[in-house]
Design a binder for this molecule. Structure first.
Ligand code: FNR
Length: 355
């Protein structure tokens, strides 16, 4: 089966994954309006392409907080990769290393951070943190990933509680007994575990802006906050001294009715005025989606579900294929729009009268 575009990987995953796993990956909150709008919003944007600009030499590279990557697409944090492929996050790490891009490793990984580091020792990785109600556990985890060479800490801000995902409730979605969320292994042997193999309510719902100072006191790593959707919060993020913002609605899995991320991006980019880097995730399915996000001010985008589909298809190799297709599509879109490199991508590329 030739894989031409990311939808081909989606169709493969839907056909071959167990139904409950497919539905866990696909899930959005409530009626899935926000999940679906993440994709639809790209289809409303049109370019203003430029011609006759000698496109024989091009460069897709960029930097994330100073580290060079091969193109502005990284891997968003998603949990439980062994549901997609036996080697799980080790395969993800290897694919990201080979493709020279950033892999944001989830707190809810099914391999330990040591295994992930050993699998791809030269990979560029950030660690995504959910703050545990037992703060000592989170403190240890942060210090551990810093010692292992992770280069950034991504704090997810949009999960005081898990969104209501109907299919997961109907399926009584549970982690199969042979899989574990490894980063907390051993910490809760006595307790009853919830669907992720974690004790219920393992994410601290009390987290607030003061916890950014707490994190800064624990680590020298740059802090990137994920889940910001308004200029007010973007402004607070800058004032609390974070280094980056990921505009995200968790793939539409949290508040249904929140904005598509590409629609929220502009007010955030305008609010931060280049004081911190702004990234985006949600609904990126083609290279022209990447170009649109960069044109509207994102420094880089991240893919969630498409990475899981790639892993499902062929592990490391499948994810590499997903990234390669996005890379090639992005380069082609740049060429057809007349951009030689990422610094030439800007708002002039977008037809605002259509928005
Ligand atoms: C996620 N996401 C997520 N985010 C996070 O900060 N920590 C996590 O552990 C997870 N886990 C997770 C599992 C699954 C199955 C999905 C689909 C998503 C959200 C993720 O980082 C990202 O915001 C979205 O997936 C981006 O949207 P797309 O690319 O899936 O459309």
């Amino acid at each position: 089966m030739p894989m031409i575009c990311l939808s081909d990987f989606e169709a493969y995953a839907k056909k071959y994954l167990p139904k409950t796993t497919w539905e866990y990956f696909a899930a959005g909150a409530d009626e899935c309006c926000t999940r679906d709008d993440n994709l639809l919003a790209y289809k409303r944007i049109r370019f203003r392409p430029r011609m006759l600009r000698d496109m024989s030499v091009m460069d897709t590279t960029t930097t994330l907080l100073g580290t060079k990557i091969s193109f502005p697409v990284g891997i968003a944090p998603t949990g439980l990769h062994q549901l997609a492929w036996p080697e799980g996050e080790k395969s993800t790490a290897r694919a990201a290393e080979t493709m020279n891009t950033c892999y944001i490793t989830s707190t809810f990984s099914t391999c330990t951070v040591e295994e992930i580091t050993a699998a791809a020792p030269n990979g560029f990785r950030w660690f995504q943190l959910y703050i545990h109600w037992n703060r000592t556990l989170s403190e240890k985890l942060v210090q551990h990933v810093e010692a292992l060479g992770f280069q950034g800490l991504v704090l997810t801000t949009d999960v005081p509680y898990t969104g209501k995902r109907r299919d997961d409730i109907r399926n009584n979605f549970q982690l199969p007994p042979h899989l574990k969320v490894k980063n907390y292994e051993g910490a809760f042997e006595e307790e009853n575990c919830s669907e992720y193999g974690l004790p219920p309510n393992s994410i601290d719902p009390s987290i607030n802006w003061n916890d950014i100072y707490w994190l800064q006191s624990l680590t020298h790593l740059p802090i990137i906050i994920k889940g910001i959707l308004t200029k007010e919060d973007a402004d607070l993020a800058v004032r609390h001294g974070v280094q980056g913002i990921i505009v995200s609605n968790h793939g539409g899995r949290q508040l249904d009715g929140g904005p598509a991320t590409i629609d929220a991006l502009i007010e955030i980019v305008d609010a931060v005025q280049d004081k911190v880097e702004v990234y985006l995730d949600g609904g990126i399915r083609t290279g022209s989606d990447v170009l649109k996000a960069l044109a509207l001010g994102a420094k880089c985008v991240f893919i969630g579900r498409p990475a899981l589909w790639g892993l499902t298809y062929k592990g490391e190799e499948g994810l590499r294929e997903v990234l390669q297709i996005l890379h090639d599509e992005f380069r082609l879109s740049m060429a057809l729009a007349g951009c030689h490199n990422v610094s030439e991508i800007g708002r002039h590329l977008v037809q605002f009268s259509k928005l």
